[in-house]
Design a protein around this ligand. Sequence first.
Ligand SMILES: [Cu+2]
Length: 67
Amino acid sequence: MTTTTYSVAGMTCGHCVASVSEEIGELAGVTDVTVVLETGAVTVTSEAPLDDAAVRAAVVEAGYELL
Ligand SMILES: [Cu+2]
């Protein structure tokens, strides 16, 4: 298991959190996504290290920006 914390800009409410969680959660190997709305911290647990580009693409797909 690998846990990585990313910073995501632009989330303002629970719907934003849900969108980001859903998109990242669809990446292969991801087992858990925890978002702290106040700080934009997104902690992702996965079976193997994730490709940063894939995480970035998922965040963009949700409509936000990976810092
Ligand atoms: Cu929102």
